[in-house]
Write a protein that binds this ligand. Structure first.
Ligand code: NAD
Length: 265
């Protein structure tokens, strides 16, 4: 069907921009009711909600700092109250605070680990509690968690050790929870994007020279767009991917293929 998520409820963090926004729109188009989480850009979140409503879907915007335990609990209560019990979590919110190790402040380290890893832990825990509290369906998953990781869960990244450490942590968080929650019929996976044009990496693609440099790392020859990731999120969120469990799906135009070896090897 073209609405594989009809009747389901999905919660997407960091959904007012970039990959989160594209994912929320895709899931809504597939029939899910959406909680559109945002951090500080209320207007953009309301725009996403309005776009979903205009297409006949239903969604609410909800402000939450994903690194705050109480706020995360409140977000899941809001979801339950306004939309129903959640079926899908897309733990997408993430930031970068780039610095060489020598000049990296402890605040830069903590900010990235708090949002990117603690935030994913808190949201996954709240989702798993909600999934376990309800009756199990006779077939299919009783819950679905999708973490937004990165090729930098595997590719080291000088000058961004906080970010790559957090994403490496996301990968093992995902695998450990998949092992742990499988018996509860909760599916757990990650999407690991390559270079996608969003606000987080505007410097890397906005001007032509930087874009050409970036393309050297991408065998498929184009920089990614948020919807490239959103389509993978939709597949993992739907029963089409039932039995895919504990997997990180790299959606990266081949960035993981060591493209330097084309010339250098
Ligand atoms: P983005 O900056 O557009 O999106 C990040 C979102 O997270 C923003 O909406 C921001 O408001 C939100 N956010 C930040 N701190 C938050 C907090 N404490 N609580 C709740 N929300 C918070 O950039 P994006 O590229 O769409 O990033 C989304 C995810 O994709 C991130 O986890 C990022 O690490 C990952 N990612 C992006 C790329 C890329 O090339 N763009 C590549 C790999 C992974």
């Amino acid at each position: 069907s073209d609405r594989p998520l009809e009747g389901r409820v999905a919660l997407v963090t960091g959904a007012s921009s970039g990959i989160g926004r594209a994912s929320a729109l895709r899931l809504a188009k597939a029939g899910a009711r959406l909680l559109v989480n945002y951090y500080d850009d209320r207007q953009s979140a309301e725009d996403v909600v309005a776009q979903i409503a205009a297409a006949g879907g239903s969604a609410v915007a909800h402000q939450t700092d994903v690194s705050d335990e109480n706020q995360v609990e409140t977000m899941f209560e809001r979801c339950h109250k306004d939309l129903g019990p959640p079926d899908v979590l897309v733990a997408n919110a993430g930031i970068q605070k780039d610095a060489d190790l020598i000049s990296m402040s402890a605040d830069d380290w903590d900010a990235v680990l708090s949002t990117n890893l603690r935030g994913q832990f808190l949201c996954a825990r709240a989702a798993a509690r909600a999934f376990c509290a309800r009756e199990r369906p006779s077939d299919g998953a009783s819950g679905n968690i999708i973490f937004m990781s990165s090729v930098h869960d595997s590719i080291p990244w000088a000058g961004r050790s906080n970010y790559s450490a957090a994403k490496g942590g996301t990968l093992m968080l995902m695998k450990s929870l998949a092992q742990e929650l499988g018996p509860d019929k909760i599916r757990v996976n990650a999407v690991s994007p390559g270079a996608i044009m969003t606000d987080i990496n505007r410097d890397a693609w906005e001007d032509e020279d930087s874009r050409q440099d970036l393309l050297k790392l991408i065998p498929y020859g184009r920089v990614g767009e948020p919807d490239d990731i959103a389509r993978a999120v939709l597949w993992l969120a739907s029963d089409e991917s039932d039995y895919v469990h504990g997997h990180a799906l790299y959606v990266d135009g081949g960035m993981m293929l060591y493209p330097g070896f084309r010339e250098g090897g």
